[in-house]
Design a protein around this ligand. Structure first.
Ligand code: GCB
Length: 616
Protein backbone atom coordinates (compact mmCIF):
# COMPACT_ATOMS: atom_id res chain seq x y z
CA UNK A 1 0.00 0.00 0.00
CA UNK A 2 2.82 2.36 1.01
CA UNK A 3 4.68 1.55 -2.17
CA UNK A 4 1.52 2.15 -4.03
CA UNK A 5 1.12 5.58 -2.45
CA UNK A 6 4.65 6.67 -3.25
CA UNK A 7 4.11 5.39 -6.79
CA UNK A 8 1.10 7.63 -7.18
CA UNK A 9 2.95 10.59 -5.66
CA UNK A 10 5.78 10.16 -8.17
CA UNK A 11 3.19 9.66 -10.85
CA UNK A 12 1.43 12.87 -9.86
CA UNK A 13 4.64 14.89 -9.92
CA UNK A 14 5.57 13.45 -13.30
CA UNK A 15 2.14 14.34 -14.60
CA UNK A 16 2.41 17.93 -13.40
CA UNK A 17 5.83 18.27 -15.03
CA UNK A 18 4.44 16.77 -18.16
CA UNK A 19 1.46 19.08 -18.15
CA UNK A 20 3.87 22.01 -17.95
CA UNK A 21 5.70 20.61 -20.95
CA UNK A 22 2.42 20.14 -22.77
CA UNK A 23 1.19 23.65 -22.06
CA UNK A 24 4.57 24.97 -23.10
CA UNK A 25 3.99 23.10 -26.34
CA UNK A 26 0.65 24.78 -26.81
CA UNK A 27 2.45 28.13 -26.83
CA UNK A 28 4.37 26.94 -29.87
CA UNK A 29 1.11 26.93 -31.86
CA UNK A 30 2.60 24.42 -34.23
CA UNK A 31 0.77 24.06 -37.46
CA UNK A 32 1.24 22.05 -40.55
CA UNK A 33 3.46 23.92 -43.02
CA UNK A 34 2.86 22.19 -46.37
CA UNK A 35 6.08 22.16 -48.41
CA UNK A 36 5.68 21.46 -52.11
CA UNK A 37 8.38 19.36 -53.87
CA UNK A 38 10.09 17.84 -50.84
CA UNK A 39 12.75 16.06 -52.92
CA UNK A 40 13.87 19.37 -54.43
CA UNK A 41 14.75 20.76 -50.97
CA UNK A 42 17.74 20.69 -48.65
CA UNK A 43 16.85 17.66 -46.55
CA UNK A 44 18.44 15.13 -44.19
CA UNK A 45 16.73 11.77 -44.30
CA UNK A 46 15.56 10.26 -41.01
CA UNK A 47 14.76 6.96 -42.75
CA UNK A 48 16.18 3.73 -41.34
CA UNK A 49 15.79 2.11 -37.92
CA UNK A 50 13.53 3.86 -35.40
CA UNK A 51 13.25 2.55 -31.85
CA UNK A 52 9.72 1.66 -30.88
CA UNK A 53 7.43 0.93 -27.95
CA UNK A 54 4.18 -0.92 -28.64
CA UNK A 55 1.59 0.69 -26.39
CA UNK A 56 -1.91 -0.79 -26.87
CA UNK A 57 -3.30 0.94 -23.75
CA UNK A 58 -1.62 4.26 -24.58
CA UNK A 59 0.09 4.36 -21.18
CA UNK A 60 2.51 6.89 -22.57
CA UNK A 61 -0.34 9.26 -23.19
CA UNK A 62 -3.12 8.68 -20.68
CA UNK A 63 -2.94 8.25 -16.92
CA UNK A 64 -4.73 5.48 -15.05
CA UNK A 65 -7.97 7.52 -15.10
CA UNK A 66 -7.66 7.77 -18.87
CA UNK A 67 -6.87 11.47 -18.61
CA UNK A 68 -4.37 12.88 -21.03
CA UNK A 69 -1.21 13.15 -18.98
CA UNK A 70 1.37 13.67 -21.67
CA UNK A 71 3.43 11.66 -19.22
CA UNK A 72 5.86 9.29 -20.67
CA UNK A 73 7.40 8.09 -23.78
CA UNK A 74 8.24 11.36 -25.43
CA UNK A 75 10.37 12.44 -22.50
CA UNK A 76 14.02 11.61 -22.31
CA UNK A 77 13.93 8.25 -20.60
CA UNK A 78 17.48 8.26 -19.28
CA UNK A 79 17.41 7.11 -15.65
CA UNK A 80 19.43 9.44 -13.45
CA UNK A 81 18.89 7.62 -10.19
CA UNK A 82 18.16 3.94 -9.50
CA UNK A 83 15.20 4.81 -7.24
CA UNK A 84 13.49 6.60 -10.07
CA UNK A 85 10.53 4.63 -11.37
CA UNK A 86 10.54 4.35 -15.13
CA UNK A 87 8.33 1.73 -16.71
CA UNK A 88 9.25 2.30 -20.30
CA UNK A 89 12.34 2.43 -22.41
CA UNK A 90 13.27 2.72 -26.04
CA UNK A 91 15.97 0.16 -26.80
CA UNK A 92 18.26 -0.67 -29.71
CA UNK A 93 16.68 -4.15 -29.93
CA UNK A 94 13.13 -2.94 -30.55
CA UNK A 95 13.20 -1.21 -33.89
CA UNK A 96 11.14 -0.83 -37.03
CA UNK A 97 12.23 0.38 -40.45
CA UNK A 98 10.97 3.71 -41.69
CA UNK A 99 9.49 4.09 -44.22
CA UNK A 100 7.36 1.03 -43.69
CA UNK A 101 4.17 -0.26 -42.16
CA UNK A 102 4.53 -2.09 -38.85
CA UNK A 103 2.21 -4.96 -39.79
CA UNK A 104 4.61 -6.58 -42.23
CA UNK A 105 7.71 -6.08 -40.07
CA UNK A 106 6.80 -7.96 -36.92
CA UNK A 107 4.37 -10.93 -36.74
CA UNK A 108 3.09 -9.53 -33.41
CA UNK A 109 1.92 -6.44 -35.24
CA UNK A 110 0.24 -8.14 -38.21
CA UNK A 111 -3.33 -7.39 -37.07
CA UNK A 112 -2.37 -4.66 -34.61
CA UNK A 113 -4.48 -1.51 -34.46
CA UNK A 114 -3.39 0.94 -31.83
CA UNK A 115 -0.48 3.07 -30.73
CA UNK A 116 3.20 2.55 -31.44
CA UNK A 117 5.76 5.12 -30.25
CA UNK A 118 8.68 5.78 -32.57
CA UNK A 119 11.94 7.44 -31.60
CA UNK A 120 14.92 8.58 -33.64
CA UNK A 121 18.08 10.45 -32.64
CA UNK A 122 19.53 12.89 -35.13
CA UNK A 123 22.34 15.41 -35.31
CA UNK A 124 22.19 18.96 -36.52
CA UNK A 125 25.62 20.45 -37.23
CA UNK A 126 24.75 24.07 -37.61
CA UNK A 127 21.70 25.99 -36.55
CA UNK A 128 22.74 29.54 -37.37
CA UNK A 129 20.54 31.52 -39.78
CA UNK A 130 18.38 28.54 -40.58
CA UNK A 131 14.85 27.44 -40.18
CA UNK A 132 14.30 23.77 -39.53
CA UNK A 133 11.27 21.60 -40.19
CA UNK A 134 10.36 17.97 -39.68
CA UNK A 135 8.50 16.44 -42.64
CA UNK A 136 6.57 13.16 -42.71
CA UNK A 137 5.51 11.75 -46.11
CA UNK A 138 2.59 10.09 -44.27
CA UNK A 139 1.79 8.22 -41.07
CA UNK A 140 -1.37 6.20 -40.58
CA UNK A 141 -3.64 7.42 -39.01
CA UNK A 142 -3.17 9.94 -36.19
CA UNK A 143 0.27 11.21 -35.28
CA UNK A 144 1.56 13.35 -32.44
CA UNK A 145 5.09 14.62 -32.87
CA UNK A 146 7.48 15.61 -30.07
CA UNK A 147 10.94 17.06 -30.63
CA UNK A 148 13.41 17.04 -27.74
CA UNK A 149 10.50 16.38 -25.37
CA UNK A 150 8.18 19.12 -26.62
CA UNK A 151 5.00 18.47 -28.50
CA UNK A 152 5.15 20.17 -31.90
CA UNK A 153 1.95 19.07 -33.57
CA UNK A 154 -0.74 16.55 -34.38
CA UNK A 155 -1.85 15.26 -37.76
CA UNK A 156 -4.90 13.27 -38.76
CA UNK A 157 -5.11 11.27 -41.98
CA UNK A 158 -2.97 8.38 -43.15
CA UNK A 159 -2.02 9.29 -46.69
CA UNK A 160 -0.86 12.88 -46.95
CA UNK A 161 2.30 14.69 -45.83
CA UNK A 162 2.64 16.95 -42.80
CA UNK A 163 5.43 19.17 -41.65
CA UNK A 164 6.14 21.18 -38.50
CA UNK A 165 8.62 23.94 -37.80
CA UNK A 166 11.12 22.93 -35.10
CA UNK A 167 13.64 25.79 -35.33
CA UNK A 168 13.23 26.95 -31.72
CA UNK A 169 13.55 23.43 -30.31
CA UNK A 170 16.70 22.27 -32.05
CA UNK A 171 20.15 22.40 -30.45
CA UNK A 172 23.46 22.14 -32.22
CA UNK A 173 24.47 18.47 -31.96
CA UNK A 174 22.19 15.70 -30.70
CA UNK A 175 18.41 15.92 -30.91
CA UNK A 176 15.60 13.42 -30.86
CA UNK A 177 12.12 13.05 -32.22
CA UNK A 178 9.35 10.86 -30.81
CA UNK A 179 6.11 10.19 -32.66
CA UNK A 180 2.99 8.55 -31.32
CA UNK A 181 1.33 6.84 -34.28
CA UNK A 182 -2.14 5.42 -33.77
CA UNK A 183 -3.97 3.50 -36.51
CA UNK A 184 -7.15 2.71 -34.55
CA UNK A 185 -10.16 2.94 -36.86
CA UNK A 186 -13.11 5.10 -35.88
CA UNK A 187 -16.59 5.71 -37.21
CA UNK A 188 -16.11 9.44 -37.70
CA UNK A 189 -12.72 9.04 -39.37
CA UNK A 190 -11.82 9.24 -43.06
CA UNK A 191 -11.91 6.41 -43.95
CA UNK A 192 -14.21 4.91 -41.32
CA UNK A 193 -13.99 1.50 -39.68
CA UNK A 194 -15.11 -0.30 -42.84
CA UNK A 195 -12.67 -0.65 -45.72
CA UNK A 196 -11.65 -3.43 -48.07
CA UNK A 197 -7.92 -2.91 -47.61
CA UNK A 198 -5.36 -3.53 -44.89
CA UNK A 199 -5.15 -0.90 -42.18
CA UNK A 200 -1.36 -0.67 -42.33
CA UNK A 201 -0.05 1.42 -39.41
CA UNK A 202 3.13 3.35 -38.84
CA UNK A 203 5.48 5.85 -40.39
CA UNK A 204 4.73 4.47 -43.82
CA UNK A 205 6.58 7.08 -45.89
CA UNK A 206 9.91 8.99 -45.81
CA UNK A 207 10.78 11.33 -42.94
CA UNK A 208 13.09 14.31 -43.36
CA UNK A 209 14.56 17.22 -41.47
CA UNK A 210 14.34 20.15 -43.86
CA UNK A 211 16.66 23.17 -43.70
CA UNK A 212 15.46 26.46 -45.12
CA UNK A 213 16.72 30.04 -45.11
CA UNK A 214 14.82 32.60 -43.00
CA UNK A 215 12.65 33.47 -45.98
CA UNK A 216 11.98 30.56 -48.29
CA UNK A 217 9.78 29.27 -51.10
CA UNK A 218 7.05 27.27 -49.41
CA UNK A 219 4.71 26.61 -52.27
CA UNK A 220 4.17 27.19 -55.98
CA UNK A 221 1.67 26.24 -58.65
CA UNK A 222 3.05 26.26 -62.19
CA UNK A 223 0.80 24.75 -64.87
CA UNK A 224 -0.71 25.68 -68.23
CA UNK A 225 -3.77 27.86 -67.83
CA UNK A 226 -7.02 25.92 -68.36
CA UNK A 227 -7.59 25.44 -72.11
CA UNK A 228 -4.55 27.48 -73.05
CA UNK A 229 -1.35 26.44 -74.84
CA UNK A 230 0.34 29.79 -74.56
CA UNK A 231 0.02 30.83 -70.93
CA UNK A 232 1.50 29.31 -67.82
CA UNK A 233 -0.35 30.37 -64.70
CA UNK A 234 -0.29 29.88 -60.96
CA UNK A 235 1.32 31.38 -57.88
CA UNK A 236 4.40 31.43 -55.69
CA UNK A 237 4.18 31.68 -51.93
CA UNK A 238 7.10 32.61 -49.70
CA UNK A 239 7.28 31.95 -45.97
CA UNK A 240 9.02 34.27 -43.52
CA UNK A 241 8.71 37.68 -45.11
CA UNK A 242 6.86 40.83 -44.14
CA UNK A 243 7.92 42.87 -47.15
CA UNK A 244 7.65 42.58 -50.93
CA UNK A 245 10.17 40.22 -52.50
CA UNK A 246 11.30 39.31 -56.00
CA UNK A 247 10.62 35.81 -57.24
CA UNK A 248 12.19 34.45 -60.43
CA UNK A 249 10.89 31.58 -62.54
CA UNK A 250 13.19 30.00 -65.10
CA UNK A 251 12.36 27.25 -67.58
CA UNK A 252 15.61 27.08 -69.57
CA UNK A 253 14.30 24.43 -72.01
CA UNK A 254 11.55 26.84 -73.07
CA UNK A 255 13.77 29.94 -72.90
CA UNK A 256 11.68 31.40 -70.11
CA UNK A 257 12.92 33.69 -67.39
CA UNK A 258 10.53 36.02 -65.65
CA UNK A 259 10.62 37.93 -62.38
CA UNK A 260 7.60 38.82 -60.24
CA UNK A 261 7.12 40.90 -57.12
CA UNK A 262 5.22 39.36 -54.21
CA UNK A 263 2.91 41.23 -51.86
CA UNK A 264 4.11 41.95 -48.32
CA UNK A 265 3.05 38.48 -47.17
CA UNK A 266 5.17 36.82 -49.85
CA UNK A 267 2.40 35.78 -52.25
CA UNK A 268 2.21 36.46 -55.97
CA UNK A 269 0.05 35.22 -58.82
CA UNK A 270 2.08 34.42 -61.89
CA UNK A 271 1.33 34.48 -65.58
CA UNK A 272 3.96 33.67 -68.20
CA UNK A 273 3.39 33.73 -71.97
CA UNK A 274 4.86 30.61 -73.59
CA UNK A 275 5.31 29.39 -77.17
CA UNK A 276 5.61 25.95 -78.67
CA UNK A 277 5.95 23.99 -75.45
CA UNK A 278 6.47 20.29 -76.05
CA UNK A 279 3.30 19.07 -74.37
CA UNK A 280 3.29 16.21 -71.86
CA UNK A 281 1.26 13.17 -72.93
CA UNK A 282 1.55 9.38 -72.58
CA UNK A 283 3.37 9.32 -75.94
CA UNK A 284 5.63 12.23 -74.98
CA UNK A 285 6.14 12.40 -71.19
CA UNK A 286 8.25 15.53 -71.53
CA UNK A 287 9.25 17.23 -68.27
CA UNK A 288 10.92 20.64 -68.23
CA UNK A 289 13.46 21.69 -65.62
CA UNK A 290 11.90 24.55 -63.69
CA UNK A 291 13.78 26.78 -61.25
CA UNK A 292 12.01 28.98 -58.72
CA UNK A 293 14.24 31.39 -56.82
CA UNK A 294 13.90 34.21 -54.34
CA UNK A 295 16.63 35.78 -52.19
CA UNK A 296 18.82 32.98 -50.85
CA UNK A 297 16.42 30.21 -51.83
CA UNK A 298 16.31 28.27 -55.11
CA UNK A 299 14.29 25.13 -55.87
CA UNK A 300 14.57 22.87 -58.89
CA UNK A 301 11.59 20.89 -60.13
CA UNK A 302 10.59 18.94 -63.23
CA UNK A 303 7.23 19.95 -64.54
CA UNK A 304 5.20 18.76 -67.51
CA UNK A 305 2.71 20.96 -69.33
CA UNK A 306 -0.55 19.71 -70.80
CA UNK A 307 -4.19 20.69 -70.93
CA UNK A 308 -7.11 18.54 -69.89
CA UNK A 309 -10.81 19.25 -70.37
CA UNK A 310 -14.02 17.65 -71.55
CA UNK A 311 -16.27 18.36 -74.46
CA UNK A 312 -19.62 16.59 -74.43
CA UNK A 313 -18.73 12.99 -73.83
CA UNK A 314 -15.07 13.42 -74.83
CA UNK A 315 -12.02 13.78 -72.63
CA UNK A 316 -9.67 16.20 -74.31
CA UNK A 317 -5.94 15.98 -73.67
CA UNK A 318 -3.91 18.70 -75.41
CA UNK A 319 -6.80 19.39 -77.74
CA UNK A 320 -7.37 15.76 -78.81
CA UNK A 321 -9.87 13.18 -77.66
CA UNK A 322 -8.35 10.43 -75.52
CA UNK A 323 -9.56 7.02 -74.33
CA UNK A 324 -8.34 6.14 -70.82
CA UNK A 325 -6.91 2.62 -70.95
CA UNK A 326 -6.63 2.20 -67.22
CA UNK A 327 -6.28 -0.10 -64.27
CA UNK A 328 -6.93 0.41 -60.54
CA UNK A 329 -4.00 0.02 -58.14
CA UNK A 330 -3.65 -0.15 -54.35
CA UNK A 331 -0.51 1.19 -52.70
CA UNK A 332 0.80 -2.25 -51.82
CA UNK A 333 3.75 -4.35 -52.94
CA UNK A 334 1.88 -7.67 -53.38
CA UNK A 335 5.04 -9.76 -53.57
CA UNK A 336 6.10 -8.55 -50.12
CA UNK A 337 2.61 -8.08 -48.64
CA UNK A 338 3.38 -4.59 -47.38
CA UNK A 339 2.72 -0.95 -48.17
CA UNK A 340 4.49 0.28 -51.29
CA UNK A 341 6.67 3.35 -50.67
CA UNK A 342 9.84 3.33 -52.80
CA UNK A 343 10.65 4.31 -56.38
CA UNK A 344 11.37 0.60 -57.01
CA UNK A 345 7.88 -0.35 -55.79
CA UNK A 346 6.39 2.34 -58.03
CA UNK A 347 8.41 1.15 -61.02
CA UNK A 348 7.25 -2.43 -60.48
CA UNK A 349 3.53 -1.58 -60.15
CA UNK A 350 3.44 1.02 -62.89
CA UNK A 351 5.70 -1.13 -65.10
CA UNK A 352 3.03 -3.84 -64.96
CA UNK A 353 0.38 -1.25 -65.88
CA UNK A 354 2.47 -0.24 -68.91
CA UNK A 355 2.88 -3.88 -69.90
CA UNK A 356 -0.90 -4.17 -69.78
CA UNK A 357 -1.09 -1.36 -72.33
CA UNK A 358 -2.35 1.35 -69.97
CA UNK A 359 -2.08 5.08 -70.46
CA UNK A 360 -4.01 5.74 -67.23
CA UNK A 361 -4.05 4.47 -63.63
CA UNK A 362 -6.57 4.88 -60.87
CA UNK A 363 -4.59 5.19 -57.63
CA UNK A 364 -7.23 3.87 -55.24
CA UNK A 365 -8.57 4.59 -52.60
CA UNK A 366 -6.42 7.35 -51.05
CA UNK A 367 -3.50 9.54 -52.14
CA UNK A 368 -0.53 7.28 -52.92
CA UNK A 369 3.05 8.26 -52.08
CA UNK A 370 4.80 10.91 -54.16
CA UNK A 371 7.09 8.32 -55.81
CA UNK A 372 4.02 6.81 -57.48
CA UNK A 373 2.96 10.17 -58.89
CA UNK A 374 6.42 11.18 -60.08
CA UNK A 375 7.13 7.75 -61.59
CA UNK A 376 3.77 7.76 -63.40
CA UNK A 377 4.62 11.18 -64.76
CA UNK A 378 8.01 9.97 -66.06
CA UNK A 379 6.49 6.83 -67.60
CA UNK A 380 3.67 8.71 -69.32
CA UNK A 381 0.73 7.49 -67.27
CA UNK A 382 -2.22 9.74 -66.57
CA UNK A 383 -3.45 9.50 -62.97
CA UNK A 384 -6.76 9.50 -61.11
CA UNK A 385 -6.04 10.52 -57.51
CA UNK A 386 -8.63 9.79 -54.81
CA UNK A 387 -9.54 10.78 -51.24
CA UNK A 388 -10.32 8.03 -48.69
CA UNK A 389 -13.99 9.10 -48.57
CA UNK A 390 -15.08 5.50 -48.85
CA UNK A 391 -18.36 3.66 -48.23
CA UNK A 392 -19.68 4.54 -44.76
CA UNK A 393 -18.64 8.09 -43.94
CA UNK A 394 -20.25 9.98 -41.03
CA UNK A 395 -21.86 12.43 -43.48
CA UNK A 396 -23.52 14.68 -40.92
CA UNK A 397 -20.44 15.19 -38.78
CA UNK A 398 -18.80 18.60 -39.35
CA UNK A 399 -15.44 17.38 -38.06
CA UNK A 400 -15.51 14.50 -40.52
CA UNK A 401 -16.10 16.91 -43.37
CA UNK A 402 -13.30 19.19 -42.15
CA UNK A 403 -11.03 16.15 -41.96
CA UNK A 404 -11.93 15.04 -45.52
CA UNK A 405 -11.48 18.59 -46.85
CA UNK A 406 -8.12 18.78 -45.16
CA UNK A 407 -6.93 15.46 -46.61
CA UNK A 408 -8.06 16.54 -50.08
CA UNK A 409 -6.32 19.92 -49.74
CA UNK A 410 -3.10 18.27 -48.59
CA UNK A 411 -3.16 15.92 -51.59
CA UNK A 412 -3.72 18.80 -54.02
CA UNK A 413 -1.06 20.90 -52.29
CA UNK A 414 1.47 18.11 -52.80
CA UNK A 415 0.62 17.05 -56.35
CA UNK A 416 -0.76 20.09 -58.13
CA UNK A 417 2.31 20.48 -60.35
CA UNK A 418 2.14 16.95 -61.71
CA UNK A 419 1.09 16.75 -65.37
CA UNK A 420 0.14 13.10 -64.86
CA UNK A 421 -2.79 13.90 -62.55
CA UNK A 422 -5.82 14.67 -64.67
CA UNK A 423 -8.67 13.78 -62.28
CA UNK A 424 -9.30 14.42 -58.57
CA UNK A 425 -11.75 11.87 -57.23
CA UNK A 426 -13.92 12.91 -54.31
CA UNK A 427 -14.49 9.36 -53.08
CA UNK A 428 -15.65 5.84 -53.73
CA UNK A 429 -19.04 4.09 -53.70
CA UNK A 430 -20.79 6.47 -51.37
CA UNK A 431 -24.52 5.83 -51.15
CA UNK A 432 -26.78 8.68 -52.27
CA UNK A 433 -28.47 10.70 -49.48
CA UNK A 434 -28.94 14.41 -48.81
CA UNK A 435 -26.17 14.50 -46.25
CA UNK A 436 -23.77 12.61 -48.52
CA UNK A 437 -24.57 14.86 -51.48
CA UNK A 438 -23.83 17.98 -49.43
CA UNK A 439 -20.59 16.45 -48.19
CA UNK A 440 -19.34 15.59 -51.68
CA UNK A 441 -20.44 18.94 -53.10
CA UNK A 442 -18.47 20.70 -50.35
CA UNK A 443 -15.42 18.59 -51.24
CA UNK A 444 -15.76 19.32 -54.94
CA UNK A 445 -15.84 23.05 -54.16
CA UNK A 446 -12.54 22.72 -52.31
CA UNK A 447 -11.01 20.90 -55.29
CA UNK A 448 -12.27 23.45 -57.82
CA UNK A 449 -11.14 26.37 -55.72
CA UNK A 450 -7.64 24.99 -55.11
CA UNK A 451 -7.09 23.70 -58.63
CA UNK A 452 -9.11 25.07 -61.52
CA UNK A 453 -7.12 23.14 -64.12
CA UNK A 454 -8.09 19.49 -63.58
CA UNK A 455 -11.23 17.39 -63.87
CA UNK A 456 -13.37 16.26 -60.96
CA UNK A 457 -15.04 12.92 -60.53
CA UNK A 458 -15.99 10.25 -57.98
CA UNK A 459 -16.38 6.52 -58.29
CA UNK A 460 -20.18 6.36 -57.97
CA UNK A 461 -22.67 3.52 -58.00
CA UNK A 462 -25.02 2.45 -60.77
CA UNK A 463 -28.63 1.46 -60.16
CA UNK A 464 -31.21 -0.78 -61.68
CA UNK A 465 -34.27 0.67 -63.32
CA UNK A 466 -37.28 -0.22 -61.21
CA UNK A 467 -39.48 -2.80 -62.85
CA UNK A 468 -36.77 -3.66 -65.36
CA UNK A 469 -33.83 -5.35 -63.65
CA UNK A 470 -31.86 -5.60 -66.85
CA UNK A 471 -31.74 -1.86 -67.50
CA UNK A 472 -28.86 -0.20 -65.72
CA UNK A 473 -28.88 3.50 -64.97
CA UNK A 474 -26.85 6.10 -63.10
CA UNK A 475 -29.07 8.16 -60.85
CA UNK A 476 -27.00 10.33 -58.56
CA UNK A 477 -27.43 14.05 -57.86
CA UNK A 478 -23.67 14.35 -57.51
CA UNK A 479 -23.34 13.47 -61.22
CA UNK A 480 -24.27 17.11 -61.96
CA UNK A 481 -21.12 18.28 -60.18
CA UNK A 482 -18.54 16.07 -61.88
CA UNK A 483 -16.73 16.49 -65.19
CA UNK A 484 -16.37 12.76 -65.70
CA UNK A 485 -19.15 10.33 -64.86
CA UNK A 486 -17.51 7.35 -63.21
CA UNK A 487 -19.06 4.34 -61.55
CA UNK A 488 -18.28 0.85 -60.31
CA UNK A 489 -20.26 -2.24 -61.26
CA UNK A 490 -19.82 -5.92 -60.49
CA UNK A 491 -22.14 -7.55 -63.00
CA UNK A 492 -21.03 -11.16 -63.27
CA UNK A 493 -19.47 -11.33 -59.80
CA UNK A 494 -21.62 -9.86 -57.01
CA UNK A 495 -24.51 -9.57 -59.44
CA UNK A 496 -25.29 -12.72 -61.39
CA UNK A 497 -22.96 -14.70 -63.60
CA UNK A 498 -20.77 -13.28 -66.39
CA UNK A 499 -23.42 -14.13 -68.98
CA UNK A 500 -25.60 -11.41 -67.44
CA UNK A 501 -23.34 -8.88 -69.20
CA UNK A 502 -24.81 -9.89 -72.54
CA UNK A 503 -28.32 -9.22 -71.28
CA UNK A 504 -28.17 -5.81 -69.64
CA UNK A 505 -28.86 -2.49 -71.30
CA UNK A 506 -27.31 0.79 -70.21
CA UNK A 507 -29.30 3.99 -70.18
CA UNK A 508 -27.00 6.82 -69.19
CA UNK A 509 -28.68 10.15 -69.61
CA UNK A 510 -25.65 12.40 -69.25
CA UNK A 511 -23.64 13.96 -72.04
CA UNK A 512 -20.46 13.49 -70.07
CA UNK A 513 -17.50 11.12 -70.55
CA UNK A 514 -18.11 7.80 -68.81
CA UNK A 515 -15.39 5.79 -67.09
CA UNK A 516 -16.06 2.43 -65.48
CA UNK A 517 -13.92 2.71 -62.38
CA UNK A 518 -14.38 -0.91 -61.26
CA UNK A 519 -15.45 -4.28 -62.52
CA UNK A 520 -13.83 -7.61 -61.78
CA UNK A 521 -13.92 -11.10 -60.33
CA UNK A 522 -11.78 -13.00 -57.84
CA UNK A 523 -9.41 -15.68 -59.11
CA UNK A 524 -6.75 -17.57 -57.22
CA UNK A 525 -3.60 -17.41 -59.35
CA UNK A 526 -2.80 -20.87 -60.71
CA UNK A 527 -6.24 -22.33 -59.91
CA UNK A 528 -7.76 -23.70 -63.13
CA UNK A 529 -11.28 -25.02 -63.72
CA UNK A 530 -14.18 -24.42 -66.10
CA UNK A 531 -15.40 -20.88 -66.64
CA UNK A 532 -18.36 -21.26 -64.30
CA UNK A 533 -16.21 -22.18 -61.31
CA UNK A 534 -15.84 -19.23 -58.96
CA UNK A 535 -12.28 -18.29 -58.00
CA UNK A 536 -10.82 -19.96 -61.09
CA UNK A 537 -8.69 -18.02 -63.58
CA UNK A 538 -11.12 -19.17 -66.28
CA UNK A 539 -14.12 -17.53 -64.54
CA UNK A 540 -12.23 -14.25 -64.26
CA UNK A 541 -11.08 -14.53 -67.89
CA UNK A 542 -14.63 -15.06 -69.12
CA UNK A 543 -15.92 -12.21 -66.96
CA UNK A 544 -13.39 -9.82 -68.55
CA UNK A 545 -14.42 -10.92 -72.06
CA UNK A 546 -18.11 -10.45 -71.33
CA UNK A 547 -17.60 -7.13 -69.56
CA UNK A 548 -15.57 -5.68 -72.41
CA UNK A 549 -18.24 -6.68 -74.99
CA UNK A 550 -20.91 -5.09 -72.79
CA UNK A 551 -19.07 -1.87 -72.01
CA UNK A 552 -18.16 -1.23 -75.66
CA UNK A 553 -21.86 -0.61 -76.24
CA UNK A 554 -21.99 2.44 -73.94
CA UNK A 555 -21.75 5.36 -76.39
CA UNK A 556 -20.15 7.77 -73.88
CA UNK A 557 -17.52 5.24 -72.74
CA UNK A 558 -14.13 7.01 -72.63
CA UNK A 559 -12.18 4.78 -70.31
CA UNK A 560 -12.05 2.06 -67.68
CA UNK A 561 -9.97 1.07 -64.66
CA UNK A 562 -10.93 -2.55 -63.88
CA UNK A 563 -10.47 -3.81 -60.33
CA UNK A 564 -7.51 -4.40 -59.94
CA UNK A 565 -3.84 -4.75 -61.01
CA UNK A 566 -2.69 -7.01 -58.14
CA UNK A 567 -4.18 -9.13 -55.39
CA UNK A 568 -4.13 -7.12 -52.16
CA UNK A 569 -4.46 -7.84 -48.48
CA UNK A 570 -7.85 -7.30 -46.90
CA UNK A 571 -9.02 -8.47 -43.45
CA UNK A 572 -12.56 -8.75 -44.87
CA UNK A 573 -11.49 -11.63 -47.09
CA UNK A 574 -11.80 -14.56 -44.73
CA UNK A 575 -12.56 -17.50 -47.03
CA UNK A 576 -9.97 -20.20 -46.34
CA UNK A 577 -7.71 -21.36 -49.14
CA UNK A 578 -9.07 -19.05 -51.89
CA UNK A 579 -8.80 -15.78 -50.00
CA UNK A 580 -6.85 -16.28 -46.75
CA UNK A 581 -6.87 -12.52 -46.12
CA UNK A 582 -6.40 -11.50 -49.77
CA UNK A 583 -8.77 -9.86 -52.20
CA UNK A 584 -8.11 -11.99 -55.30
CA UNK A 585 -9.43 -9.66 -57.98
CA UNK A 586 -5.88 -8.90 -59.12
CA UNK A 587 -4.87 -9.54 -62.71
CA UNK A 588 -1.52 -10.39 -61.13
CA UNK A 589 -1.35 -12.66 -58.07
CA UNK A 590 0.62 -11.94 -54.92
CA UNK A 591 3.18 -14.41 -56.26
CA UNK A 592 3.60 -12.31 -59.39
CA UNK A 593 1.64 -14.73 -61.67
CA UNK A 594 -0.19 -13.01 -64.50
CA UNK A 595 -3.66 -14.54 -64.58
CA UNK A 596 -5.50 -15.31 -67.82
CA UNK A 597 -7.66 -12.18 -67.58
CA UNK A 598 -4.50 -10.04 -67.73
CA UNK A 599 -4.09 -11.08 -71.36
CA UNK A 600 -7.76 -10.42 -72.21
CA UNK A 601 -7.43 -6.82 -71.08
CA UNK A 602 -3.99 -6.50 -72.67
CA UNK A 603 -5.41 -7.62 -76.04
CA UNK A 604 -8.33 -5.22 -75.79
CA UNK A 605 -5.96 -2.34 -75.01
CA UNK A 606 -3.72 -3.36 -77.97
CA UNK A 607 -6.74 -3.37 -80.22
CA UNK A 608 -7.86 0.03 -78.95
CA UNK A 609 -4.41 1.47 -79.44
CA UNK A 610 -4.10 0.12 -82.97
CA UNK A 611 -7.58 0.87 -84.27
CA UNK A 612 -8.68 3.97 -82.50
CA UNK A 613 -8.55 7.42 -83.96
CA UNK A 614 -8.40 8.50 -80.34
CA UNK A 615 -5.04 9.58 -78.95
CA UNK A 616 -2.68 6.68 -78.18
C1 GCB B 1 -15.64 -2.27 -54.45
C2 GCB B 1 -14.73 -1.36 -53.73
C3 GCB B 1 -13.33 -1.94 -53.61
C4 GCB B 1 -13.42 -3.41 -53.26
C5 GCB B 1 -14.13 -4.12 -54.38
C6 GCB B 1 -14.32 -5.63 -54.12
O1 GCB B 1 -16.67 -1.88 -54.92
O2 GCB B 1 -14.69 -0.08 -54.29
O3 GCB B 1 -12.63 -1.23 -52.64
O4 GCB B 1 -12.17 -3.96 -53.01
O5 GCB B 1 -15.39 -3.58 -54.55
O6 GCB B 1 -13.41 -6.38 -54.41
O7 GCB B 1 -15.37 -5.99 -53.62
Amino acid sequence: MKNCKSFYTTYYILSVISLLIVSNAAILKAQNVPLVNITGRNTTSLDGDWQIIIDPYESGFYDYRHKESGNGFFRNEIQTDKTQLIEYKFTKEHVLKVPGDWNSQDPKLFYYEGTVWYKKDFKIKNILDKRLFIYFGAANYESIVYVNGTKVGTHIGGFTPFCFEITSLIKKGNNFVVVKVDNKRNMSGVPTIMTDWWNYGGLTRDVYVVEEPKTFIQDYFIQLKKNSFDQVEGFVKLNGTTSKQNVKIEIPGAKIEKTFETNASGYVNINIPVENLSLWSPGNPKLYKVFVSSGNDKIEDRIGFRTISTNGSNIILNGKSVFLRGISIHEENPLKGRRAYSIKDAEMLLGWAKELGCNFVRLAHYPHNENMIRTAEKMGLMVWEETPVYWTIDWKNKNTLANAENQLSEAIERDKNSASIIIWSMGNETPVSDARNKFLIALSKVARKTDGTRLISAAMEKHTNEGDPLTQIVQDPFADYVDVLAFNEYIGWYEGLPVKCSKVKWKINYEKPVIITEFGADALGGYHADKLTRFSEEYQEDLYKQQISMLKKIPQLRGMTPWILCDFRSPRRVLPYFEDGWNRKGLISNKGIKKKAFYVLQNYYKELKASSSLLK
